[in-house]
Design a protein around this ligand. Structure first.
Ligand SMILES: Cc1cc2nc3c(=O)[nH]c(=O)nc-3n(C[C@H](O)[C@H](O)[C@H](O)COP(=O)(O)OP(=O)(O)OC[C@H]3O[C@@H](n4cnc5c(N)ncnc54)[C@H](O)[C@@H]3O)c2cc1C
Length: 378
């Protein structure tokens, strides 16, 4: 019998638990640990941010669904992973032993890396459903007194799609309220050009997204480093391709949503051999940690190097389709030592190039989000 523990119950953790239950032996125990007792469909947060969806529309309780599949559920945050003891220390004081651990905690939102950024500073967030709900309340207030919007993603961000998506959603919502003409909108991004998305050269993403921005009268600043945010003002250093500063901007705003950079969560941050300097889990092509061979990782918390060097640092995105393909990669290797025939082990499509291809395929998904009825993912 093996104790298989999955840490995190989001877009990576839940499918991982289901897949693992199917592949594991009957006598193996699969346990999910989560700091929240409800699953949230993160890609729908931008809609919650303007009240096109409510929390109830995009969340469901985790326990009944896992129990139906004979998967154990522990509702507690992990305080620290102890790979040397094969143990997860929980916030509630308990320790959970594992034979195999799959880390799927998603990111820590690094608002602290830019002074004034985030819900505790001066900008809104749609990264978590709690943030998106607060954002929605502020959105109503803003629409009563519409003035400039600054939207985008700061340096080291890796998830650019939601920034574009939210800009287009706000544009649509303002048009429906017949106040779009009162709102100058500026898109600020660390990307070297519109449509780079942390991925570089992907079809005509530049042409398509630039056209979409022009159509909607959204101005943009690329190669942008946000140096600080004060109440009503974003300070931006726009860079040249050689990395030198081209222009300093002070952008006034009444409403702003800027995506932060991501880091690894505190429960793993700094563990030698498990994580990189930003706290992301180091993995091989089977999602397995090279040092702690019984630890795997899927989702946004894995370490993927940037696709290319950009004048202002950008990260590589980890999207839903990529995460699904990551989930299938650890399955054969997890169980080889205990029950699977070695002949079944083959390299699964969880390679980096396959992930990035799937990220490109995900692009139409971002666009679909512009209409509240256009996609099944909402
Ligand atoms: C606003 C937004 C929109 C996006 N839209 C799309 C999209 O349209 N298409 C697409 O392909 N991708 C999209 N993405 C990217 C990606 O699909 C999502 O970020 C996805 O939710 C990542 O899945 P995950 O399982 O890695 O992390 P999450 O879904 O964030 O799940 C991680 C879970 O782990 C829990 N957790 C964290 N720390 C601990 C701890 N210490 N102990 C226990 N539990 C813990 C968290 O509470 C959370 O439930 C979007 C991302 C964002 C931020």
């Amino acid at each position: 019998m093996a104790d298989i523990v999955i840490l995190g119950a989001g877009i990576g953790g839940m499918p991982m638990a289901y897949e693992m239950r199917e592949q594991a032996r009957k006598e193996d125990k699969v346990t999910v640990i989560s700091d929240t007792d409800t699953f949230h469909f993160v890609p729908s947060n931008p809609w919650v941010g303007v009240k096109w969806r409510t929390r109830e529309d995009i969340a469901f309780p985790i326990a009944p669904y896992l129990h139906k599949k004979d998967i154990a559920f522990i509702h507690s945050g992990a305080k620290r992973v102890h790979p040397d003891k094969n143990q997860v220390e929980l916030m509630d004081g308990r320790n959970v032993d594992y034979d195999y651990l799959i880390i799927a905690t998603g990111p820590k939102l690094a608002f602290d890396e830019v002074p004034g950024l985030g819900p505790e500073g001066h900008t809104h967030s749609i990264c978590h459903v709690d943030h998106a709900e607060n954002t929605a309340n502020a959105w109503d207030g803003f629409c009563a007194m519409p003035r400039p919007i600054v939207v985008g993603a700061v340096q080291m961000a890796s998830c650019y799609g939601p920034a574009y998506e939210y800009a287009f959603i706000m544009d649509t919502d303002l048009k429906r309220r017949k106040i779009r003409d009162k709102v100058p909108m500026t898109f600020v991004t660390a990307e070297p050009y519109i449509g780079h998305l942390g991925l570089g050269d992907i079809g005509d993403s530049k042409g398509l997204l630039e056209a979409a921005m022009r159509d909607r009268h959204i101005k943009w600043i690329c190669n942008a480093k946000v140096t600080k945010i004060e109440a009503g003002k974003v300070f931006v250093a726009e860079h040249n391709d050689d990395g030198s500063v081209k222009k300093e901007h002070e952008l006034p705003f009444i409403y702003s949503m800027m995506l932060p950079a991501f880091k690894g969560v505190d429960a793993v941050f700094g563990i030698d051999g498990l994580v990189n300097p930003r706290g992301f889990i180091l993995i091989d092509e089977y999602q397995r940690n090279p040092r702690f061979r019984n630890i795997y990782s899927v989702g946004v918390c894995v370490a993927i190097p940037p696709v290319e060097v950009t004048p202002v640092p950008t990260g590589a995105p980890k999207t839903g389709y990529m995460i699904e393909s990551m989930v299938t990669a650890p399955l054969p290797t997890t169980f080889v030592p205990c029950w699977m025939a070695r002949s079944r082990v083959k390299k699964l499509p969880g390679t980096r190039s396959a992930w990035l291809t799937s990220a490109i395929l995900a692009l139409p998904l971002w666009r679909c989000h512009r209409s509240p009825r256009a996609t099944s993912t909402g």
